[in-house]
Design a protein around this ligand. Structure first.
Ligand SMILES: *Cc1c(COP(=O)(O)O)cnc(C)c1O
Ligand code: SF4
Length: 328
């Protein structure tokens, strides 16, 4: 078993901006752990799934995931500047030479996706995800924004990205300008998992977005060995708020293949949330979420959506149906 085997299976790439942040003297460096490949990734458990949150079950046309009537995911590109080792879509993303997949929608697929959104008046929010959509050129971002904003029922355009921390130099004036269009409001969800990711250049990239009139929320994944202690999580939430990002979701790690070394037990996650509630203001608190394996949607875990069973847990989706959650 070798790292080449890992790289054959899953895309590997670390940006210079992140390499600079790694402390080679720290064997537990939270940046290294998130981005440098590890042999543990070859350990695939039976409960892990190629499509852990069931995107495929709700995809009417290429690039679109329509699970909730009022909002869709729009996956315009499947590449990222860096590849997180815990990525929940790791089987679907990568540069085009990995597994023969194309890294962007074809022109026809793009038009079909826009047509689908246009034909469904219930869709008021479009969530650009991927991959990382901020890897697209400013001109392409502007085109997507313009095409979506021109659809009368689309009121909100939300971009989910890790670029402000993974490749901050990409956040230029042209990109920020391309996020605005009359007729729709733009939000950006910034993905970061540790306060150490907030380098001076990451902070300026974030400031450029906020000063450019974009509202920002956060997205993080609870990861063993990266942020699964109250100090790291509190530091991360402080960093978000100090950089004018409202903490939104803290995701329980998904059952993506070869990621069990990142997985935290739900009871440990709940205990951490309890400690955070004692330390953070309401403004600084994220919501701890689980995406129910199989495509049943996300639910908050600090709620009556969770019950302990003999082998693990069962989780109630928003429709009131219970689903078993079993993971070691
Ligand atoms: C996560 C997700 C959304 C967005 O959910 P919010 O709770 O609105 O942030 C929308 N559609 C799908 C399919 C999702 O997985
Ligand atoms: S940036 Fe997002 S999509 Fe890309 S590898 Fe990381 S988690 Fe996956």
């Amino acid at each position: 078993m070798s790292l080449e085997e890992v790289a054959r299976r899953y895309a590997v790439s670390v940006s210079p901006a992140l390499l600079d942040l790694i402390d080679p003297a720290d064997p537990k460096d939270p940046i290294a752990r998130q981005f440098l490949p590890s042999l543990e990734e070859l350990n695939i458990l039976p409960e892990e799934r190629a499509d852990p949150i069931g995107d495929a079950a709700h995809s009417p046309v290429a690039g679109i995931v329509h699970r909730h009537p009022d909002r869709v995911l729009f996956k315009a590109v499947s590449a990222c500047p860096v590849y997180c080792r815990f990525c929940f879509r790791r089987e679907m993303i990568g540069p085009s030479n990995i597994k023969g997949k194309d890294n962007a929608l074809s022109r026809e697929e793009f038009e079909a996706a826009i047509a689908y959104i246009g034909a469904h008046p219930a869709i008021r929010e479009v969530i650009l995800t991927g991959g990382d959509p901020f890897i697209l050129s400013p001109r392409r971002v502007e085109e997507i924004t313009g095409r979506l904003a021109a659809i009368a029922h689309v009121k909100l355009i939300r971009w989910h990205t890790r670029v402000p921390v993974t490749d901050p130099a990409r956040v230029r004036d042209g990109l920020v300008a391309g996020l605005h269009a009359a007729g729709a409001t733009t939000w950006v969800a910034v993905h970061a998992n540790h306060a150490r990711e907030f380098s001076p250049s990451a902070k300026s990239a974030i400031a450029k977005l906020v000063d450019g009139g974009i509202a920002l929320v956060s997205q993080s994944v609870l990861l063993k060995g990266v942020n699964d202690d109250v100090e790291s999580l509190a530091g991360l939430m402080h960093a978000f708020v100090e950089n004018r990002i409202k903490p939104y979701y803290l995701h329980h790690p998904d059952l993506a293949p070869g990621t069990s070394h990142f997985r935290v037990r739900i009871e440990d996650g709940l205990a951490l949330m309890k400690q955070l509630r004692g330390r953070l203001s309401g403004l600084e608190m994220p919501t701890y979420m689980l995406d129910i394996p199989g495509g049943f949607g996300k639910v908050p875990l600090e709620s009556d959506h969770l019950e302990k069973t003999q082998g693990g847990y069962r989780v109630r989706d928003m429709a009131g149906h219970w689903h078993d959650y079993i993971a070691s």
